[in-house]
Every structure is written in C-alpha cells, then in structure tokens.
Design a protein around this ligand. Structure first.
Ligand code: DGL
Length: 268
C-alpha cells in the first residue's frame, strides 16, 4: 500500500478529462494536478520546447511526494515520454500507449483515424504505436486545432462545433475508418458532436479512459494502491491565474475546484 498522491500533468485544463477518469476508476487515490496554463498550448510548439516544459513540470510535481506521474497531455506524451522516462525512475504513464492499444484492438477493418494537436499528429507517435501492434493498419491522422478553443468556450454541443467537426472529419469519413482515437485531452468533451458527424458508425477511443485503466494496472502490479477505497482528495496547481481554470475545469469534472494555487513554474 502507498498513500502518496498520484501526480497528473497537463498543459492546462484539458487533462481534467484524464483526472476525471482516474477518480472514477480509483476513487481512493489522492491526486496532485499541475496544469501549465501559463504556457498552453503545447500543441503548436517544437519538441525541444515541450520536453523542456515537461521536465520543469515534473520537477515541480516531484516536490509533492508523489508515487507516479500521469502525463495526461497527448502532445507531451507524444513528444516527451522517452526523455521523461530516461530522467526519472518512478512510474510514468502517458496517454498515447493506452489509446493506441485500445484502437488496435477495437478496429475490425484496420482503418483507424487519429485526431489531435498538430504536435501530436506530426510526431506520428500514435501512428507508430498502433502500427507496432497492428502492422497492417491504415492510419489517417488529422490535426484539429480549433477543437481546443471550442471546448474552452464551452461550445462543445453547438453548431460551431458541429460544422468544425464536419470539416475536420470529412477525410476520415471518406477513408471509411471504423475506429477513431480522440488523441487530445479536450476531445472527449466533444464526443457527442464527433459521434453525430461520424453518424454513429465508428468506435470512439478515449485515451483518458484507457489511461486510467493503465494506471490502475500499474498501481496493482507495483503494489502502490492507496489504503483508502474512497474519498481521494485532489489538489490543483496552475502556472497562471486560477480563475479560468476553476470555471472551465469545474465544468469538465462536474465538481467545484476548491484547492487551487498558482505557482511560478519558471522558478522551479
Ligand atoms: N493538452 C493538449 C493535448 O492533449 C491540448 C492543449 C495544448 O495544445 O496544449 O495535446
């Protein structure tokens, strides 16, 4: 047993979709969440910059006596997992591998779509990982940069969201994919709109859910479960003004965000 918290890291608020899944699947675990809101978006930045930000964020999380780190950010998982794992020896769980595995096992026609930020799609991390499991897979990656601001405006079920999704997903429909990876923290919030555009014909893979399952597996394997079965507590840290995080984040986890503090990440 290990009652130390799990560290969850994201470039901002989107990682709360992962936190939500973890709290549902592991309700006894305490969580320390860090959202690098001062430096979001990661999705348009270079690999070097993302690695630097990720390592700095880890340095902060490690001051919180955590037992494992979940990299909730797809861009960070796609670009910086190797470096992070080289640097630290506590369990580090990213979202790409669990999402890729679920997609490879869900597809029937081996045609898989992956949507994410430019950084995630261009890195080919999902494409590579899926192909390792299913070499015959035809994978079509599409960057959907406007989805992030749409979710942050709370417009996930609006006409704007529908029209935007229709345009981004057209190529995937034409390729007749049967499985689609929601490869960005914000996209699970858009799943109803995406499902509507895809006419209910594709399996939507939610890496947030798959990652929570993977976290559970690793805690079990390493005997790191908390002794509490319920009532896990969450503490939040951000690198910019907490107000927006509280407002939008509260909507994502459907719970008021109470314990939140701003830190100066550049000084860590
Ligand atoms: N959290 C990022 C991701 O999952 C989306 C927002 C950003 O670009 O930083 O890729």
């Amino acid at each position: 047993m290990d009652n130390r918290p799990i560290g969850v890291f994201d470039s901002g608020i989107g990682g709360l979709t992962v936190l939500k899944e973890i709290t549902e699947q592991l309700p006894g675990e305490d969580i320390v969440y860090f959202g690098d809101t001062a430096r979001i978006p990661y999705g348009t930045r270079s690999k070097e910059t993302v690695i630097k930000y990720v390592l700095q964020s880890f340095k902060f999380l490690l001051t919180q006596d955590i037992k494992a780190i979940v990299v909730a950010c797809n861009t960070a998982s796609a670009l910086a997992m190797e470096e992070a794992q080289k640097e630290y020896d506590l369990p580090i769980i990213g979202v790409v591998e669990p999402g890729a595995k679920a997609a490879a096992s869900a597809t029937k026609n081996s045609k898989i779509g992956v949507i994410g930020t430019e950084g995630t799609i261009n890195s080919q991390a999902y494409q590579r990982t899926i192909r390792k499991i299913l070499p015959s897979a035809e994978i079509i990656g599409v960057a959907c940069p406007l989805f992030v601001p749409i979710v942050e405006e709370g417009w996930e079920n609006s006409d704007v969201a529908y029209m935007t999704a229709k345009k981004y997903l057209l190529e995937l429909k034409e390729h007749e994919i049967d499985t689609l990876v929601l490869g960005c923290t914000h996209y699970p919030v858009l799943r109803y709109t995406i499902d509507k555009v895809m006419e209910g014909k594709v399996t939507l893979v939610n890496p947030a859910y798959e990652t929570a399952k993977a976290v559970k597996g690793i805690l079990k394997e390493k005997n790191l479960f908390s002794s509490k079965l319920d009532g896990g507590e969450q503490r939040f840290y951000v690198s910019d003004d907490p107000e927006k995080f509280k407002r939008i984040g509260g909507n994502i986890i459907r719970k008021e965000i109470v314990s939140i503090e701003k830190i100066d990440i550049e000084k860590i």
